[in-house]
Design a protein around this ligand. Structure first.
Ligand code: R5P
Length: 282
């Protein structure tokens, strides 16, 4: 299998695609060894975050270059799938962007997507969406293993901050907190539903707690979850996720508010302490 590696994968593999920007912001892609793709099965390693819209268009160019050189088939390793959060239509006039992107990748000629803790799938294993074959891997076991160092060898319980992430913690006998969201903010350009509450009713006196989610984006969910678990008497609270965006100073807030925060390197960050490639069997 021929590997085509984007520069945004250079922390894990030697890149062989040149991606630049024209002065006006258009993307430029050059694959020096494109001829080698003729008649071959190709695996593309290309992160689709941060700056997802540009990353997706770069992929369009990569796939087209490979097709123009007679590639036989294409797989994509993209550890975080953007647009995966809108998998429902809340009000008429919206669309399921998760399905739109999967359909688009399929039409682009991507036979299979290899990804990690894809938000709308909520389980490990093979899945199909709008013609696209997906292999969804989970970081949950590796995150729990890594958490042992955060609690100095002491026992800990694993919980998720909402029911959507319960699939991550069930294997460890973990429970889920209850998250209440507000409505979309009325003003400004940001499409964001505020987090009103993240609650756990049980007494956690003296217990060590690991809170695990699929992603930490603005941190609104995790910050409230940590506060609530502490309020319920927990001894030590660490938090983790497969994907860490850490927007809006949330990394600073979680570092100061908890006994440890860490994520995997699906999106590189200062606390990407767990390697996703160790969990992805290719
Ligand atoms: C939501 O259902 C997800 O699983 C995460 O809980 C959420 O997207 C995290 O976003 P934020 O960090 O902005 O609260």
């Amino acid at each position: 299998m021929l590997e085509i590696v984007s520069q945004n994968f250079s922390d894990l593999k030697a890149p062989n695609v040149e991606i630049k920007q024209f002065p006006d912001g258009d993307s430029y892609v050059w694959i020096q060894d494109a001829k080698k793709a003729e008649g071959k099965d190709v695996r593309i390693f290309h992160r689709l975050y941060p700056d997802q819209n540009s990353r997706i268009f770069e992929l369009v160019l990569i796939a087209n270059i490979l097709k123009e050189h007679g590639v036989k088939s294409m797989e994509l390793v993209a550890p975080y799938l953007p647009y995966a959060r809108q998998d429902k239509i809340w009000k008429d006039g919206e669309t399921k962007s998760a399905e739109v992107l999967c359909g688009f990748l399929h039409e682009l000629g991507i036979k299979k997507l290899i990804t990690v803790d894809c938000h709308f799938i909520k389980k490990e294993g093979p899945y199909k969406c709008r013609g696209l074959e997906i292999m969804n891997h989970s970081m949950s076991r590796a995150l729990v293993e890594h958490a042992k160092s955060k609690f100095g060898g002491e026992e800990f319980e694993v919980i998720s901050p909402d029911r959507g992430a319960s699939y991550l913690v069930e294997e460890f006998g973990g429970d889920s907190m209850k998250k209440t969201r507000g409505d979309y903010q009325k003003s400004g350009d940001e499409a964001y539903r505020t987090i009103e509450k993240v609650e756990y009713k049980k007494n956690l006196s003296g217990k060590n707690i690991l809170i695990m989610d699929d992603m930490i984006s603005t941190g609104g969910t995790m910050i409230r979850a940590v506060e609530n678990v502490k309020k319920n008497g927990a001894k030590k609270v660490a938090c983790c996720a497969a994907h860490g965006f850490f927007l809006k100073e949330s990394l600073f807030k979680l570092r100061t508010g908890s006994d440890g925060v860490f994520v995997s390197d699906t999106i590189p960050s200062p606390v990407s302490e767990v390697k996703f490639m160790d969990e992805v069997k290719l």
